[in-house]
Design a protein around this ligand. Sequence first.
Ligand SMILES: [Mn+2]
Length: 360
Amino acid sequence: MKMTFRWYGKNSDTVTLKQIRQIPGMSGLMGFLDYKPAGEVWTEEEIKAYIDEVHAAGLECEVIESVNVHEDIKLGLPTRDQYIENYRITIRNLAKYGVKVIVYNFMPVLDWLRTDLARIIPEDGSNSLYFDEAELGEMSPMDIVRKTAADSNGFSLPGWEPERLADLERVMELYKSVDQEKLLENYKYFLEGIIPTCEEVGIRMACHPDDPGWPIFGLPRLAHNQEGFDRIVKLVDSPANGICLCTGSLGSNVANDIPSIIRHFGEMDRIPCLHVRNIKHLGNDRKFRESSHLSSDGDLDLYEIMLAVYDTCPDAYIRPDHGRMIWDEVGRPGYGLYDRALGATYLNGLWEAIVKNHKK
Ligand SMILES: [Mn+2]
């Protein structure tokens, strides 16, 4: 297991590389060029500048997140071939600088979705990302996008970049002719285009689950339970076609047994990396907040999760996922320093206990 941390780059993150380096046990980053629009090639110069800076801070950068898939690929439009070619070039460029895993998602139009980015947790006065389907019911996709932009402390959020959302209504219209089966077919076409390149250069793709873990706004979604991921990993049968197993995203759907899902795909060698966090449902299957990582603060058993990783995919990269805002920190919602650092330390503690127990 390698513990890592998400970092948005020095112009876009309130957290510094020095701070990340000082979190105990931190090996490196899940990095991100946050200014790149979906579909554009990540050039060698851009990648080198980012990774050189990370290395200079004493950290590795073997995982890159959110090389976003252009909507035309998901829609299966004729223009997709150029975007797939661009994606292949980006894969090759990243491999040249030591990247081993690329995290992405195949969610139509909208990336992760919350109805409140800073809901106060009454018990301790901290705040965290929050979702209530009843609140969503009254909002259109455009409403939720505007609200998310307004609530994000001036940061652009992954998946909510203004240039992607300018033509939201047009794209929503195009999806009326794309059902689950068509989306799966377009997904297969994409994977068939890129996985041979991944195999050639030693990169593993890692699909992030839908969040929340069910279809929204009538859009087709494929990646929110074991059955869905079983179909995805079979689209191209290669260890390079893997999963970024996000416990919080999958855990938003109460039907998912997270340790069991990790064991299932870990045994198949399809989990190169994980996002690990906890989630607390609030008296309703479709109403939850993101809690601290501690098992007793939420619905997920983080010990069982780390044990499943140890047993089935012990070489995976892990990062603490979204944290709460605590100690009056102001930052990008979900991506402050303090609570994620506490999360990493807690996960490292569980890991040490598991490793030592197995040596006895
Ligand atoms: Mn995640």
